[in-house]
Ligand binder design. Structure first.
Ligand SMILES: CC(C)(COP(=O)(O)OP(=O)(O)OC[C@H]1O[C@@H](n2cnc3c(N)ncnc32)[C@H](O)[C@@H]1OP(=O)(O)O)[C@@H](O)C(=O)NCCC(=O)NCCS
Length: 241
């Protein structure tokens, strides 16, 4: 847009450093406690190690997600495409207070869960995905990010929505999450209804979900041996979902 100035000016042009523009494009980050490393034993005996994704993981994560988004069943395509954008949004600093957890089995990427903080009181669930199906790995990843937001970061509410039947079954149905009024309130993922957990329901009921539904527990005391086995991040050779 261009208008004539309502006053005489001595400089017809102002220039800006890119470094000056960037703070206006990046949301100022909140101070967030990091996710401590965790692990659990899956029902088939495999050990799932969960840590925050690191910037150096990004190229491999994007490479794999590019392949996953071509899978045309069970909503892997739309969820894959959105996860690709969210990984890039985190990497290029175009998401407000995001977090991404990667689940590894012997170093191989097996599960993903991410979200972002809308404010200190509201956490937004973005996506959960498993690349090794049949082990309820998605449930553990979703539970881990819920635990992070409600227990570690201390948010009051956790807002999710579900693009897939399996996602809805895992958390909407099995966790019996109530919904906010719709269409007055809409989730940022496509305007779908917001399913939510609050502190009261989390503390009283859902905190025990993993133990009762999957028969496992997260432990934050990760032995050196497990850390060593997962020291190098690898993507699976094939997409087998
Ligand atoms: C949603 C998701 C994270 C759920 O995690 P999960 O329950 O550990 O995932 P799985 O896909 O292994 O199992 C889900 C169901 O799919 C079926 N399933 C299992 N293995 C399967 C396979 N190899 N092929 C097709 N279906 C399979 C089973 O019916 C299973 O139900 P069960 O738990 O009663 O056995 C996972 O299905 C996924 O990554 N989906 C694609 C991305 C997605 O939709 N994310 C959620 C967005 S809302």
């Amino acid at each position: 847009m261009r208008l004539e100035p309502p006053c005489k000016v001595t400089e017809e042009k102002l220039t800006f450093d890119i470094q000056e523009i960037e703070p206006l494009l990046q949301a100022p980050p909140m101070a967030m406690k990091p996710w401590p490393e965790a692990m659990c034993t899956l029902k088939d005996g495999r050990v799932l190690y969960i840590r925050e994704a690191k910037p150096e993981d990004v190229p491999l994560m994007l490479e794999y997600m590019e392949r996953v988004m071509k899978v045309d069943h069970d909503f892997y395509d739309i969820v894959g495409a959105r996860i690709y954008a969210e990984i890039l949004g985190w990497h290029r600093k175009r998401l407000k207070d995001p977090f991404q957890l990667v689940g590894l089995i012997d170093g191989e990427w097996a599960g993903f869960a991410n979200g972002r903080m809308f404010s200190k009181d509201i956490g937004i669930s973005l996506h959960t995905m498993t690349f090794a199906r049949g082990g309820r790995l998605g449930w553990v990843m979703y539970y881990a990010k819920t635990y992070y937001v409600l227990d570690i970061l201390g948010a009051q509410e956790w807002w999710s929505t579900f693009e897939s039947h399996n996602g809805w079954k895992m958390a909407g149905l099995e966790m019996a999450q109530p919904m906010k009024p719709w269409p007055q309130m809409q989730h940022e993922l496509g305007g779908a209804p917001i399913y939510y957990l609050n502190q009261k329901y989390w503390q009283k009921v859902i905190r025990n979900f993993l133990r009762t539904m999957i028969g496992t527990e997260l432990t934050f005391d990760v032995p050196e041996e497990v850390k060593k086995k997962n020291a190098t991040f690898r993507i699976p050779k094939e997409v087998v979902v």
